[in-house]
Design a protein around this ligand. Structure first.
Ligand SMILES: *Cc1c(COP(=O)(O)O)cnc(C)c1O
Length: 369
């Protein structure tokens, strides 16, 4: 059934075509993805991915599912939710999966956005937060970090007003790699009004090796306003498949589930994430390897005269650095790092990656003198 149709409209000005969107979306901050390594010999240390190949069980699970991609996946990821619930020993009603944890952050903020709503955003932190807040149409109130780079809970508490709907707490914080303790976070939560939601982003929880580490699942059980956010992108090595999840109160989960994009986590990702959970022993070995590499790297940095708290994520942070110079010196060594506004973030990879960083930093210090 064909008709001639209208001639496509030409020369419509850009601002006119965008006039149906909310005006504040015109100046969304850009999410800058970590640079891609230009060749095999270059090491990518710009996106905090783990530096191992996919787990064998994950590859097999994906291959097994290839024949099923003509079919929609399970709509809300029920088998994956069940596997996650079993792993954390919580009920399946407490788990929501999403197309990367970033998708869950977006849904969460959209769910609470009203014209008056505010969220408290300790900064610098994950770049995706301010973008998600703007897209949701919720006002983000920034607070400073502690001198050690961890979330300043006192500053956060002072920023809470009657309009505050949620807090975006990242621990260990990206990009500073500093973490809160369970004791201080729990004390903070006891003092917080229970109608303020706490999005606890624990993307790097696996890499923490300090005493009194935050136990997010326990906090979710004690405080129904806490939502622990996890991802398969980092320790599990599934960044390319986009899958993350929230552990939260069943009532909160119900709303997030109702809002979720139908079939938001694809077939291959669901199968791969289940296989990754089954391979938790191997995941742990890889995490331990990364933590050991980080600790070796930190010792080398200290020997060079660098000071600062021990990093708790799979990345190290150089605040206040001459970011352009440091990035260029790393690139000259074949290491792609992430230059941000306030410093340079470098993912812990393998011993070769550490060696390159140490060489670049030694050149950096020489240029600074
Ligand atoms: C990498 C990262 C994530 C993971 O996001 P996905 O969408 O699951 O890939 C979440 N939060 C923080 C702070 C991160 O650095």
């Amino acid at each position: 059934m064909f008709a001639p149709g209208a001639v496509p409209r030409q020369n419509v000005a850009m601002d006119q075509r965008n006039s149906f969107f909310r005006p504040e979306l015109a100046d969304l901050p850009a999410y800058v993805a970590g640079a891609v390594a230009p060749g095999d010999s270059v090491i990518k240390a710009s996106s905090n991915e783990i530096c191992f190949p996919p787990l064998p069980g994950v590859q097999a699970a994906i291959m097994h599912q290839l024949g099923n991609v003509t079919r929609y996946p399970d709509m809300a990821g029920a088998p994956l939710r069940a596997a996650i619930a079993a792993y954390h020993q919580v009920s399946v009603e407490q788990i929501v999966v999403g197309n990367g944890s970033v998708a869950l952050i977006e849904k969460f903020l959209t769910a609470l956005a009203t014209p008056e709503a505010e969220v408290v955003l300790p900064w610098p932190s994950f770049e995706a937060y301010p973008i998600a807040a703007k897209v949701a149409g919720v006002h983000a109130v920034r607070t400073k970090l502690r001198a050690d780079g961890a979330v300043d809970l006192l500053a956060v508490r002072q920023a809470v007003t009657a309009r505050t709907r949620a807090l975006l707490l990242c621990t260990p914080n990206n990009p500073t790699s500093a973490a809160l303790t369970h004791t201080e976070l729990r004390a903070f939560l006891l003092d917080l009004p229970s109608d303020v939601a706490v999005l606890l982003d624990e993307a790097y929880v696996d890499f923490v090796d300090m005493p009194d580490a935050v136990r997010g699942v326990e906090l979710c059980a004690e405080f129904p306003n806490v939502i622990s956010l996890r991802t398969f992108a980092k320790a599990y090595g599934l960044a390319g498949l986009r899958v993350g999840y929230a552990i939260c109160d069943p009532a909160v989960a119900q709303t997030l589930l109702a809002m979720n994009t139908p079939f938001g986590v694809n077939q291959l990702a669901q199968a791969a994430a289940i296989a990754a959970l089954q391979a938790r022993g191997e995941v742990d070995r890889r995490v331990q390897h990364t933590v050991a590499e980080r600790n070796k790297l930190v010792a080398a940095l200290r020997a060079q005269g660098w000071t600062g708290p021990d990093p708790q994520g799979n990345f190290v942070w150089f605040p206040g650095a001459d970011t352009e110079l440091l990035e260029a010196l790393c690139r000259a060594e074949g290491l792609i790092v992430r230059a941000l506004a306030d410093g340079v973030r470098v993912t812990v990879t393998d011993s070769e990656g550490s060696l390159r960083l140490v060489r670049a930093l030694s050149n950096y210090r020489a240029e600074q003198d």
